[in-house]
Design a protein around this ligand. Sequence first.
Ligand SMILES: NC(=O)c1ccc[n+]([C@@H]2O[C@H](COP(=O)([O-])OP(=O)(O)OC[C@H]3O[C@@H](n4cnc5c(N)ncnc54)[C@H](OP(=O)(O)O)[C@@H]3O)[C@@H](O)[C@H]2O)c1
Length: 342
Amino acid sequence: MKVGVLGATGNVGQRFVQLLDDHPWFEIDALTASGDSAGETYADAAAWALPDEMPDGVADTTVRETSADSVSDDVELVFSALPSSVAKEVEPEFADEGYIVASNAGWARLEDDVPLVVPEINPDHLGLLEVQRDERGWDGGIIKNPNCSAITMTPTLAALHPLGLNEVTVATLQAVSGAGYMGVTSMEILDNVLPYIGSEEWKMENEPRKILGEFDGARVDEADINISASCNRVPTVDGHLENVWCRFDDDVTADDAKEALRDFTTLDLPTAPEQTILVREENDRPQPRLDRNAGGGMSIVAGRVRDDGDKRLKYSCLSHNTVRGAAGASVLNAELVAERYL
Ligand SMILES: NC(=O)c1ccc[n+]([C@@H]2O[C@H](COP(=O)([O-])OP(=O)(O)OC[C@H]3O[C@@H](n4cnc5c(N)ncnc54)[C@H](OP(=O)(O)O)[C@@H]3O)[C@@H](O)[C@H]2O)c1
């Protein structure tokens, strides 16, 4: 299937280009960015920042303007790594023209007819694409993956939910790549921690409730879990680490929780990791440098799972914010759509 990448020159866009290189189902046909980059080769327009070399096939590709007119009709699906303000204008245009948009951008994640999907948790929410098409008159549709900090803890919450999870407190230590290529300056972040990330706490407190909610064929009834988040930017490059405190209806042991985490659903899709949640036993894991690439950057790594008194547990979890937290999540969503709908 021919695909396009919107916002291909940025942090997340580069991850898309890397993950789509040699993908068994998808082939890049179009790369788009802002008017400043349009007309340049991808090699000139993208300040390539990944350790692996830029894939051969894309270096000489001409970057296009980001509009449905600039993408060929042969393309069925586009990945969006656009800033949210731009995505809000552009993504509906693509959906209206018949493209499936697998989007990272924050806008519309909580709108009633927009599927916010983690394939291992709520693949059935894809049914909202039909609702969306009916309501908006689109031939295509928009499917979202969660914010990079929300997606780190949400699979762990999904694994623990059947044990009677009712309350979550979380503090994050988020890598600088999560702010985008031009996001935080070295003078802001070196020798420092920023204890505020705009709108991040709100996303963490709300997105998991929708993802863990019940889809009844028309709408999603959000899960009844109280979540309180405190988000911090720290001077790591990639990998969001999160400390989570959970409360349950009844006592749950750390061993029960570890078993539920280890046994959580895995999928047979090209980008799905062999194990969705890895549980480490060492006292000093997970760590961003050591654990962010687990499962090709698609596994969530949990550790320090321990009792915390009356009906409470606490643990740490980590994922790669531009892979599981962004481009990899969109590619996995697209694989699910392709397998079930296209
Ligand atoms: N970084 C993460 O860990 C992460 C995780 C989850 C979700 N996200 C979301 O993913 C999206 C991309 O994030 P990022 O970190 O990759 O940002 P970024 O590094 O700033 O890249 C932004 C991309 O959008 C393009 N762009 C900017 N303004 C545009 C316009 N007016 N028209 C068309 N294209 C435009 C840029 O092209 P030029 O190079 O030409 O400017 C670039 O390709 C954001 O919505 C972000 O919130 C990011």
